[in-house]
Design a protein around this ligand. Sequence first.
Ligand code: APR
Length: 308
Amino acid sequence: MKKKVSIIGAGNVGATIAQLVVQSGIADVVLFDIVEGMPQGKALDLAEACPLWNSSSTIHGTNTYSDTANSDIVIITAGLTRKLGMSRGDLLHANTDIVRGVCTEIAKISPNAIIIVVTNPMDVMAQLAWKTTEFSCKRVMGMGGILDASRLKAFLSWELKVSPEDVEALVLGGHGDDMVPLSRFTVLKGIPVTELLPKRKIESLIERTRNGGAEIVAFLKSGSAYYAPAASTFQMIKSILFDEKRILPCAAYLNGEYGIKDIYMGVPVILGKEGVEKIVEVKLTKEEKTQFRKSCGTVRKLIKKLSI
Ligand code: APR
């Protein structure tokens, strides 16, 4: 039997993840949303594409939680994106209520699932998902670092005029504005980029990466990025389903690692069939440590504000 991946929230990110999973044929998918008809319509459309993709995956759209029962992986993309007149604070509280509600249902119906949180503010929502489900922290994680690293890799490859495949980047810390890129581990076929580009250039590409999400929102006007976020999530799904044990930057629960306790933060982890199988610790320089702690402080403040 194929593994079961349920995606909660069938909007742009959720539906694109669904496409990547069914197109690759690696699992069956349940696409859930509260909007009636929408997940059913998208699922039917994707199912009708499966013959063309030579995929035997099934996909089912639903508004009923029982259809997601006994999922192996649950992806949470449910939430609001900012609309006119809405403050970030409104968004934060609305998404807290949504993610808490989703997690309460998932914990009951898929008690053995691995949860990947995509909804923003992702680091905080991952902590909320862990607290609400009371699952082992190995089975609850957030998607962020892979996306930040992928953006940085894209920008570097354009600058260096090489294939992005030959660029490797490591990003720690909170997702987005607060990310902590480690330039000394950012390499072109093993050569540190610090030897290939002037410091100022690297810094400007890092700055563009920090604002990568906002740059896309500015073009789209309404809505935010979804192709690269979905592709990042798909990489996590694959590493878990196939027990690939890839080292990927994800939001994981820190319990003393990096000198930090009781908080979800972006760090490199080994992702396998158990979920977060190990947090990979990198010795940080003084400056990197300061940035990492600052990033933790921002997430901690939000956690406190929401009394998670
Ligand atoms: N249960 C299930 N789905 C819900 C719920 C809920 N309680 N509340 C809202 N949704 C659904 C919406 O109906 C919508 O279809 O979540 C979906 C969100 O989709 P989009 O608005 O298209 O947003 P998207 O671009 O997919 O982003 C989702 O991922 O990257 C993050 O910042 C982004 O937090 C946002 C999330």
